[in-house]
Design a protein around this ligand. Structure first.
Ligand SMILES: Nc1ncnc2c1ncn2[C@@H]1O[C@H](COP(=O)(O)OP(=O)(O)O)[C@@H](O)[C@H]1O
Ligand SMILES: [Mg+2]
Length: 261
């Protein structure tokens, strides 16, 4: 039995005027501790699939099993989300922001507080506790968002293009930091991205998505060598460019056969 099982998921959005099939027959398995990426052009249903896995959206067909059980929406807060924008509350301090989830879940104890504060230090944000989000740079805010997400100890972390609004250097640094932090907790993670390099540098497995309707075109395993390296070092390894070429060609051939809508 795999940790997370996505079984024959299809989803159609219905509006008054039209219907749009965003996903068709998505089937995949994720092992505990694995770092998986959904890579594909915009509109291929990546965010839709994350919402379905998180239990925020009920699929038209299919089901999601977590440790063999159907996922019930909102239950136990087993899923953590990190988005392109940090969504920190501007009127709350960094400490209040990162402890908010625990407070809402009624799990704020001196122990849990100490743990989260230590994580904030480990992630390089010591001294920002009493500051407000606007006083932090984009990269720092995303780090605070990561601490907030991890504070509730989710079983799976969903990362929906969390680095795409950052400048390139900050993005590379944050990739390393997020990757090492998640590895140190052996967290299972799903990264949504349209950046081939990012997917290769961070993941164990990459699912390539095509559009109209969104479907998995190919699943690529990242080599053992690359998987061991931090994203920054992975980008400098010879396996990286070979894999980049493979994935690039695959995505390019898709563009040729699938018309724009
Ligand atoms: N709430 C919605 N209502 C109707 N169509 C939607 C809705 N959300 C997304 N879509 C459509 O579904 C498709 C997949 O969207 P999305 O999951 O956001 O893709 P991605 O994250 O890969 O860019 C797109 O064609 C999008 O326009
Ligand atoms: Mg999206």
């Amino acid at each position: 039995m795999s940790f997370l099982s996505v079984q024959k998921i299809s989803h159609t959005y219905f509006t008054k005027k039209m219907s749009k099939t965003a996903l068709q027959d998505i089937q995949l398995e994720i092992e505990e501790g694995q770092f998986v990426s959904f890579l594909g052009p915009s509109g291929c249903g990546k965010s839709t699939l994350l919402s379905i896995i998180a239990g925020l959206l009920k699929p038209t067909n299919g089901e999601i099993l977590l440790e063999g059980k159907t996922l019930v929406s909102g239950r136990d807060h087993v899923i953590g989300y990190m988005l392109q924008q940090d969504y920190l509350f501007p009127w709350k301090t960094i400490e209040e922001n990162i402890l908010l989830g625990l407070k809402i879940l009624n799990r704020l104890t001196p122990d849990s507080k100490e743990k989260v504060t230590r994580l904030l230090k480990d992630i390089g944000l010591e001294g920002t506790e009493s500051q407000y989000p606007r006083q932090l740079s984009g990269g720092m805010k995303q780090r605070a968002a990561l601490v907030r997400t991890l504070a509730a100890e989710p079983k799976i972390l969903m990362l929906d293009e969390p680095f795409s609004a950052l400048d390139f250097q900050t993005k590379l640094k944050l990739e390393d930091l997020v990757w090492s932090t998640l590895k140190s907790f052996s967290k299972t993670a799903i990264l949504v991205t349209h950046d081939i390099g990012e997917a290769i540098a961070m993941s164990d497995v990459i699912h390539l998505f095509g559009t109209n309707p969104g479907h998995i075109v190919k699943t690529v395993e990242v080599t053992k060598e690359l998987r061991k390296l931090t994203p920054f070092n992975a980008r400098n390894h010879r396996d990286y460019s070979a894999l980049f070429q493979t994935v690039w060609k695959e995505l390019e051939s898709l563009e040729k056969i699938i018309p724009e809508d």
